[in-house]
Design a protein around this ligand. Structure first.
Ligand code: LLP
Length: 434
């Protein structure tokens, strides 16, 4: 198992943020999401060091769908990043964290009228428009409120980035954005430009998630700039900004060669600057929207072993006290993770096992066919890299309470999100008439 950030093997027991996992388990129980605050900050710093230019303003917009809590909003705010939401719920959570709403951007392919109203009432920076009906809704709401709202249009640029089918977002038949290859886009642009209460700023794209090949980003930049030029020729110089979305790939297992966040940011800036010069173009601002690459490796899930089983077929299972309810990614995307018995860090991984959760589904396997030290009941198993799309995609399947999230740093641990209680899970549940 690869160690990340402040993870350290202290005499056979793993520590994160200077606290041993055995102490964390005792104090906060398991399953437990552990966030290494220093690693989140380091990742943000890498982006900040790399993603800056003398030619245009830059913004790093944290995609809150990866992980959202008051704690992460505090960190993102402290480092001066913007934040991206895709639903009323995310907007509400961000506002409740006292994050400055004028640094919030709203994405999403089907924003409700209520959500659009929230965007305008909360005074967010900009809406990323997805389609024509949305333009009309924004215009109607904004004009009733006598407000003008900044907007970018999400483009579908037809890039087929190398990633899992479900997390590809920019193929020609994707549900996201308006295709630049469809002539309808000019009508959409006209509608946006003619909307008095919309201040058009430029274009947005997001070519997918877990992307390792920089060529995909370069291709996206080429297409975005060429299209922006085409639009400026037709409608005047109206494209001031582009937003290139997120998607930078991280290490889950040895198969992944993680993107170096600082290096990748520098490469993107360099490519943009060169391309703008070659095309004699100017932009006021360029943004990126990383989510996973800021939080994934900083988060881990700690479980307790409740049992082991060797099947008649010869498969060895280790049963842990969580599973698909707190990490749906293996079942949904066949995502792979590493793992270790973290109270036995000095014991050689000797057994090929599958680590299974407690949900009533055969597919509830957290880690498949992985070598770990011999496990006994009561041992602690840790899966790293669950910091993105772990907690945010958790469910109450089988009425499993969503585990607590604890932030650790410099020997201190602070609960960021409390563990759900059984009572929390039935709070909205009421009797019916018989
Ligand atoms: N911007 C937009 C418009 C997006 O749709 C996404 C992710 C991001 C930014 C952030 O991408 P990131 O840097 O995190 O790759 N649940 C899936 C991932 C879905 C990503 C959806 N959009 C998973 O667990 O792999």
């Amino acid at each position: 198992m690869k160690l990340f950030g402040t993870m350290n093997n202290n005499n056979g027991i793993l520590e994160i943020g200077g606290i041993s996992v055995t102490d964390l388990a005792k104090q906060f129980k398991t399953p437990l999401y552990i966030m290494d605050q220093a690693l989140i900050e380091k990742n943000i710093e890498k982006y900040k060091n790399g993603f800056k230019s003398d030619l245009f303003k830059t913004a790093i917009v944290y995609a809150s769908k990866a992980f959202l809590s008051k704690g992460i909003c505090q960190i993102v705010d402290k480092y001066g990043l913007d934040i991206d939401a895709v639903s009323g719920g995310e907007l509400y959570a961000i506002k409740s964290s006292n994050f400055p709403m004028d640094r919030v951007h709203m994405d999403g392919n089907n924003k409700s009228l209520e959500e659009l109203e929230m965007c305008i009432d909360y005074g967010i920076d900009s809406i990323i428009i997805d389609n024509i009906p949305e333009v009309i809704n924004i215009q109607n709401i904004a004009s009733k409120k006598d407000k003008k709202i900044n907007a970018l249009l999400r483009l579908n640029i037809g890039i087929d980035a190398h990633t899992h089918e479900y997390i590809k977002t920019s193929k020609n038949n994707s549900k996201f954005g308006e295709s630049i290859y469809d002539n309808k886009i000019y009508k959409t642009m006209e509608t946006i430009i003619n909307s008095k209460n919309i201040n058009f700023l430029g274009f947005h794209c997001h070519i997918g998630s877990q992307i390792f090949d920089m060529k995909s980003f370069y291709e996206a930049i080429d297409i975005m700039l060429d299209f922006s030029q085409k639009i400026s020729l037709k409608f005047g110089n109206i494209v001031k900004e582009i937003n290139l979305g997120g998607g930078f790939g991280v290490y889950y297992t040895e198969k992944d060669v993680a993107v170096d966040l600082e290096e990748a940011s520098k490469l993107i800036i360099k490519y943009l600057e060169k391309s703008l010069k070659e095309k004699s173009m100017e932009l006021e601002k360029v943004s990126i929207e990383p989510g996973r690459s800021i939080v994934a490796n900083a988060g881990s899930t700690l479980y307790t072993v409740g049992g082991t089983k060797e099947t008649y077929g010869g498969l060895k299972y280790i049963f842990v006290d969580g599973g698909m309810a707190d990490n749906i990614r293996p079942a949904l995307y066949q995502a792979e993770y590493e793992a270790a018995i973290v109270n036995k860090m000095n014991e050689e991984p000797s057994e090929d096992v599958s680590i299974a959760g407690k949900c009533c589904e055969s597919g509830d396997i957290v880690v498949k066919n992985y070598k770990i030290a011999k496990a006994e009941i009561g041992d602690l198993v840790l899966t790293p890299t669950t910091g993105a799309y772990g907690h945010t995609m958790a469910s109450n399947y089988n009425k499993c309470p969503i585990p607590a999230v604890v932030f650790v740093k410099d020997g201190k641990a602070k609960i960021s999100i409390k563990r759900q209680s059984y009572e929390d899970m039935i709070i909205n549940d009421d009797f019916i008439e018989l």
